[in-house]
Design a protein around this ligand. Structure first.
Ligand SMILES: [Mn+2]
Length: 332
């Protein structure tokens, strides 16, 4: 049974902390919330501790304010050594913020449930299904195997994670199983339109202004097949926006039939620089992200920039050269 290790981990411990990756997305938050309720249903003590706040558009799944951000040591339970730590939707300990230093080394045991590609998973206790559309899909199948009955808030959380991570059932890892799970969740009472309105139609005006400003940075390379956008912290401030409001902007260039790779350099308000990569077809952007210490999926990946955007842009374009038989001339 593929899930037996996860089930053993749940059975072995009475208290759990649940975490996910930095700047948590719909799948990270949906899987945390569903896992939280599942553990409590089983009579366990459980809470969520994240490195970053949950974006507002995802919080409609949580009536009770469970997404706690770890800001100081005092939030960590005194008997932390008795806890099991669930690490969801991430397998890279460099991507869980200060959970990696304040929580992970002190818990009794940890366990990863994830679906990201990774060459080397640093933590051996894991259940990683790289072909799953989302961590929420893995959790749905896990709960079913455990015979755990889902309540409506759990179904809603899982559905949100699946919708988000599949781009509403269109990204490459979307399968018949994904639709089957969605069918079952909607049969339980999940409202697809409510999810859509919250996740995609509840953005602020400042996010529109941010989108307009980021689009003006668009540069095209390799015969207009590669799009590069750049968002500095000054640009976020000019738009009066917040960093999280940029999470969908990398997808905009992909709407053009010519674009095969979208590269998005983005800096948050604390000055942390990241690069996100998306591709169509056979271009493996996870390999590029891994070469800079990051990771992801073949068509969606990212990494923290070790150097300035200008330098990183040259390096990323160089790594894309093998896919294109042209010089990386700026054609804009
Ligand atoms: Mn995910």
């Amino acid at each position: 049974m593929p899930n037996q290790a996860v089930i053993d981990f749940i059975e072995k411990h009475d208290k759990f902390i649940i975490t996910a990756h930095e700047t948590p997305d719909g799948d990270a938050l949906g899987s945390e919330y569903a896992m939280l309720r599942a553990l409590r249903k089983l009579g366990k003590t459980a809470r969520i501790l994240n490195a970053d706040p949950a974006p507002k558009k995802f919080v409609f799944i949580d009536d009770t304010g469970e997404f706690e951000v770890l800001v100081k040591k005092e939030q960590i339970p005194e008997d932390i050594q008795e806890y099991g730590l669930f690490v969801l939707d991430v397998n890279d300990i460099n991507n869980i913020g200060q959970i990696a230093t304040l929580v992970l080394p002190r818990v009794k045991e940890y366990f990863i449930v994830d679906h990201h590609d990774s060459e080397t998973v640093q933590l051996s206790q894991n259940h990683i299904e790289q072909n799953a559309s989302s961590t929420c899909e893995i959790l749905y199948l896990l709960f079913r195997e455990m015979g755990l009955e889902l309540d409506l808030p759990m179904a809603q959380a899982l559905y949100m994670g699946i919708v988000y991570d599949t781009g509403s059932f269109i990204y490459p890892k979307t399968t018949a199983v994904t639709f089957q799970i969605a069918h079952e969740l909607v049969s339980m009472g999940v409202d697809p339109n409510e999810t859509y309105v919250n996740v995609y139609e509840s953005n602020s005006i400042s996010s529109l202004v941010l989108m307009a400003k980021v689009l003006t940075t668009l540069e095209l390379y390799y015969d207009k097949h590669v799009a590069v956008q750049t968002m500095t912290q000054e640009l976020i401030r000019d738009a009066d926006a917040i960093y999280e409001e940029s999470d969908q902007l990398i997808n905009i260039p992909l709407r053009s039939g010519d674009i095969r790779v979208s590269v998005f350099f983005k800096e948050n308000l604390e000055g942390v620089k990241r690069c996100s990569l998306r591709s169509k077809g056979n271009i493996d952007v996870a390999a590029i992200a891994q070469s800079f210490g990051g990771g992801g999926h073949k068509t969606a990946a990212g990494f923290k920039c070790p150097r300035s955007f200008d330098v990183m842009e040259v390096e990323v374009l160089e790594m894309l050269r093998e896919y294109f038989n042209h010089e990386a001339t700026d054609e804009q």
